[in-house]
Design a protein around this ligand. Structure first.
Ligand code: SAM
Length: 296
């Protein structure tokens, strides 16, 4: 008898993954945690019944939430990751030799433990890297209290439920801005526009209240079902106003081995929004909503 994992994140719709073998199933202080061998996407992490990442397609989300802002910035030395307990973002961040220190604040140490034990194809050796500063705690509290400053803030949050609700608040993002150096970039995931449009609209409206420039870019993550995954960025400068030749040069210099999704062409293509997504966005506060057409 085949066992199935059913994700019912959206009303009226569910996705099912065959469970070939359960590797871990438990309840932490914050959420239900499950890791299993799936039928098509390798090992899968689910929190409170929602797919977080899979061996089969984590590269899309982790590469796009990391390398695009990294190469848009060009000189990232200090990074803050909020959430990201599976270690996938941390692993991508540490591929950049410019990074001197990566602070990761994850509220649930059970997620970290299962990632280290069952998801080495996602986190690699990132948790053991001497540049990693791993904090088990609330990301909202961290940005409210830390005296560290960052070139890049990556908010690898789940959907706005449970302990993550605070990661969708204005107070949290006001404090994120507080800990960002001049020219720093913040990126966050904002769900699947086809199913979570209001989440994207709300996030961009919020970012426009706090930063001079913000915008959205897209990636396609098969297990974040129903189309594009929206990723939003915010900064005191327009990260889309950049000579493509500079991104190509930075990409070559970074010597990022074994990427399966990100490349400089995708970097620029990701900012092109289909009409139904563009319509979800408030009028741009700055020129940042539309990438410049430049001769390459
Ligand atoms: N890529 C996934 C997505 O798009 O849904 C998110 C991955 S990651 C597993 C999300 C992490 O955020 C979880 O490990 C969860 O424990 C953590 N988290 C939730 N609320 C948090 C908070 N307030 N502070 C720090 N980490 C938090």
């Amino acid at each position: 008898m085949t066992a199935w994992f059913n994700e019912t994140l959206y009303t009226g719709f569910r996705q099912s993954h065959e469970i070939k073998k359960v590797l871990f199933e438990g309840k932490s202080k914050y959420q239900k945690v499950k890791v299993f061998e799936s039928g098509r996407f390798g090992r899968m992490l689910a929190l409170d019944g929602v797919v977080q990442c899979t061996e089969g397609d984590e590269f899309v989300y982790h590469e796009m939430l990391t390398h695009l802002p990294m190469l848009a910035h060009g000189r990232v030395q200090s990074v803050l990751i909020i959430g990201g307990g599976d270690g996938g973002i941390l692993e991508e961040v540490l591929k950049h030799k410019s990074v001197k220190r990566a602070t990761m604040v994850e509220i649930d140490d059970v997620v970290i433990k299962v990632a280290k034990k069952y998801l080495p194809k996602i986190c690699g050796k990132a948790f053991a890297d001497r540049r990693t500063n791993l904090i088990v705690g609330d990301g909202a509290q961290w940005v409210a209290e830390t005296d560290e400053r960052y070139d890049l803030v990556i908010v690898d949050r789940p959907d706005p439920v449970g302990p993550a609700t605070v990661l969708f608040s204005k107070a949290f993002y006001d404090n994120c801005r507080r800990v960002m150096k001049p020219g720093a970039i913040l990126v966050a995931q904002n769900g699947v526009p086809h199913m979570q449009g209001p989440e994207l609209t709300g996030a961009v409206k919020l970012f426009q209240k706090i930063w001079a420039h913000s915008g959205t870019y897209l990636a396609v993550v098969p297990t974040y079902v129903c189309g594009f995954m929206s990723l939003t960025w915010a900064s005191d400068r327009d990260i889309t106003d950049i000579d493509p030749r500079l991104v190509f040069r930075r990409f070559d210099k970074a010597n990022l081995k074994g990427l399966n999704y990100y490349n400089p062409e995708i970097h620029f293509g990701a900012f092109a929004l289909p009409n139904f997504v563009a319509r979800l966005l408030p009028a741009p506060r700055s020129r940042a909503a539309k990438p410049k057409r430049r001769s390459a």
